[in-house]
Design a binder for this molecule. Structure first.
Ligand SMILES: [Zn+2]
Length: 409
């Protein structure tokens, strides 16, 4: 299923805010030295962005090439031999396609997630650990592709309006997946603990409780994840829905930031929690899937006879047709990115503002943003077109600028 838009809601991650009680006069004019990227950091970021855009396009091209050369058709014919049952044949084909796409993406994945991360001193992973993590992702994707089978069955059995039925199935599955992810999937990669009992953390816990009180929230679940075994990056996020909703802080965040800055990060996450941003993200993705599915039924299927004969796509329930749809979805990934990023930026700005309301320390926030960009090797001031197209958060310098405006408002 590749990196469908649903990833947006499956892992609602956010690099958060900054620090603590500056106790300054809100009307004071704060001067702040904005961070600047070194050449190495700029090159690192541009490479990551280039790969972010090109990886789904490469996956799509791989599928098109396999269709054009007839290889995918041969794979379908091969998997057809194993079982007469339509769903079993479709599942085997999905597994084969998933493995091919995984292999095709491996060089780029190795480069961006292993080589570049080590080059910039951001990764703690050994090659075996990295390989194990990738294979776990593959196994989870393979297991999740079982969920595509009801979709395949609906396409096959329903003559008209199957797109609506599929949409309802996918919406339900998305909600279920978001619910189970923090409980069943995330623990396969990391351990999630309570905030450590160390003396300094006692006050952190108390201060988090005070923030929640101020935000008029019942105590949300807050966990610390042992991300330091993989990475030196600092981050926090809100995940899950209904009973599985939780705030997760990286252990690197608690270890490497002053307590006030950690608290500002938590305040930002409380903003996401309070405004139910996970649900907005989920709704956005689910609503976005509807025009895609309607287009598949009412534009793509009638267009089937015009596709190259050598591709060998027979009907709308042919696994080769699903492969073609996956290729189109991969191409749409970078094309739709600005829309997704605009929604994400709106949400992040709302969380930043709420954090400063709960914890009115603009200079602390500014210092935190600067520190985050330094630790995570982010480009604090990327080209405007890249920020517009690919950034899920406003750039660091825009966040600093907005935070400091709070000191004068
Ligand atoms: Zn956020």
């Amino acid at each position: 299923m590749g990196k469908l838009r649903f990833y947006f809601i499956l892992f609602f991650s956010c690099a958060s805010l900054g620090i603590a009680a500056m106790a300054g006069d809100p009307s004071q004019n704060i001067s702040f030295v904005y961070p600047e990227a070194t050449d190495a950091v700029r090159v690192y970021n541009r490479q990551r962005e280039l790969l972010q855009v090109s990886r789904p396009i490469i996956s799509a091209l791989v599928i098109i090439c396999l269709l054009q050369t007839g290889i995918l058709g041969k794979i379908r014919d091969f998997t057809d031999q194993f079982s007469g049952a339509f769903l079993m044949r479709t599942f085997l084909f999905f597994l084969a396609l998933l493995s091919i796409l995984f292999a095709a993406d491996l060089p780029a994945s190795l480069y961006v997630n292993f080589y570049l991360e080590h080059l910039m001193g951001l990764s703690n992973q050994s090659i075996p650990d990295f390989a194990l993590e990738r294979f776990k992702y593959l196994a989870i994707q393979a297991a999740l592709s079982i969920f595509l089978l009801p979709v395949a069955a609906l396409v096959r059995s329903q003559q008209k309006y199957w797109s609506i039925s599929i949409w309802l199935v996918l919406a339900t599955l998305a909600a279920v997946l978001i619910f189970i992810k923090p409980i069943l999937i995330d623990p396969l990669f990391n351990k999630f603990n309570d905030i450590p009992e160390a003396q300094s953390s006692q006050s952190l816990r108390k201060r988090i409780e005070e923030l929640c009180l101020k935000a008029e929230l019942d105590k949300p679940k807050v966990f610390v994840v042992d991300r330091s075994k993989q990475s030196k990056r600092v981050n926090a996020y809100v995940t899950g829905i209904a009973g599985s909703t939780r705030i997760v802080l990286y252990d690197t965040l608690i270890k490497s930031l002053p307590e006030d800055e950690v608290l500002m990060v938590v305040a930002h996450e409380i903003g996401h929690y309070k405004f139910k941003h996970i649900y907005i993200g989920m709704l956005f993705s689910i609503l976005g899937a509807l025009p895609a599915l309607l287009s598949a039924e009412f534009i793509l299927v009638p267009f089937l006879p015009n596709l190259p004969k050598r591709w060998g796509i027979r009907t709308k329930s042919d696994p080769l047709f699903f492969a073609f749809v996956i290729a189109l979805l991969q191409i749409s990934d970078p094309l739709l990115s600005p829309i997704e990023c605009a929604v994400a930026k709106y949400i992040e700005t709302e969380a930043d503002d709420e954090a400063l309301r709960l914890f009115p320390a603009p200079l602390t926030a500014a210092k935190l943003f600067a520190r985050l960009s330094q630790i995570d090797m982010a480009d604090p001031n990327p080209p405007a077109i890249i920020e517009f197209w690919l950034y899920t958060h406003p750039s660091i310098n825009h966040r600093i600028e907005r935070a400091l405006k709070h000191s004068t408002s």
